[in-house]
Ligand binder design. Structure first.
Ligand SMILES: Nc1ncnc2c1ncn2[C@@H]1O[C@H](COP(=O)(O)OP(=O)(O)OP(=O)(O)O)[C@@H](O)[C@H]1O
Length: 262
């Protein structure tokens, strides 16, 4: 059974149909790049997967069960900008994700639990290359560093699905390349299912194991809101990389641990 099943999903706001009849199966560990014209509903689709909004019609299933229409730790999201909290340090931005669910009233843990949350956060920040910036504030970070922080913030909850809405759109080409490498490494290591909206087709081709093209094929000038976008192309990509990841995932843990250290 597919991890994500999208069954005849429609979305509309007032009398404007945005998405029509999306049908899609996504397996655990796929990396889907979503492309399409501006305004055709890609972010709307991510918001439905996140549980921020419900489909107007149709259903989304996760592991065969209806998706709960509220944010849930199994789903992490990174936006192009403004994902991180400006008044918290880098370390606190990431540790907060662990603290909030465990201490919902005060929002903070104390003693050993707090130390553990901070140690875990610091380890992940080292993994994304931010170990030298734990006490800095987001405004003191470059764009690339802020996105590393946003990725760490999303990953600390160990989500199964990572949703990325043009995460590298505001970055310089050199920094983008570094971020691509980091994202692929994290994807390879974690078995995450990734859905990434991008306006850069080459980025989609480089990173994705699958390219989903959203397009509005029907248009009625008399009723501009009548039709929405559909997925018009669903192309498999980078099959070698997918196969490599599957082969790595099949190796015993002691071997992969040694590989990572190496
Ligand atoms: N909450 C909302 N209420 C009303 N209309 C909305 C709402 N959210 C999105 N829309 C409309 O739905 C359409 C799709 O928007 P969406 O942001 O999903 O497109 P997109 O493909 O992600 O665009 P872009 O590539 O420019 O980010 C737009 O016309 C937008 O104005």
């Amino acid at each position: 059974m597919s991890f994500i099943q999208v069954r005849n999903v429609w979305q509309q706001y007032g009398d404007q149909t945005v998405l029509e009849n999306l049908r899609l199966d996504i397996g655990q560990g796929e990396f889907c790049a979503l492309v399409g014209a501006s305004g055709c509903g890609k972010s709307t689709f991510l918001r439905m997967l996140l549980g921020q909004e419900r489909p107007h019609r149709g259903q989304i299933l996760l592991d065969g069960k209806p998706l709960v229409a509220e944010p849930d730790p199994s789903r992490g999201i990174v936006f192009q900008r403004y994902s991180v909290l400006p008044h918290l340090s880098v370390l606190d931005n990431v540790a907060l994700g662990l603290e909030l669910p465990r201490a919902p009233l005060l929002g903070r843990l104390f003693g050993r639990a707090k130390a553990e949350a901070r140690t875990q956060a610091a380890q992940l920040l080292r993994r994304v290359g931010l170990d030298h910036a734990l006490d800095k504030y987001p405004s003191q970070l470059s764009g690339g560093m802020q996105q590393r922080l946003a990725i760490a913030q999303a990953l600390i909850m160990k989500p199964r699905m990572l949703l990325l809405d043009e995460p590298f759109g505001a970055l310089d080409p050199g920094i983008r390349k570094d971020m691509h490498a980091l994202l692929l490494e994290l994807w390879q290591e974690t078995g995450l299912t990734v859905l990434m909206v991008t306006h850069d087709l080459s980025e989609g081709f480089t990173l994705g194991t699958r390219l989903l093209v959203f397009d509005k094929v029907r248009n009625d000038p008399q009723a501009p809101g009548a039709y929405g976008a559909r997925i018009t192309y669903d192309l498999p990509l980078n099959l070698d990389r997918r196969a490599t990841r599957e082969a790595v995932a099949a190796l015993p843990a002691h071997v992969t641990g040694a590989l990572k250290t190496a």
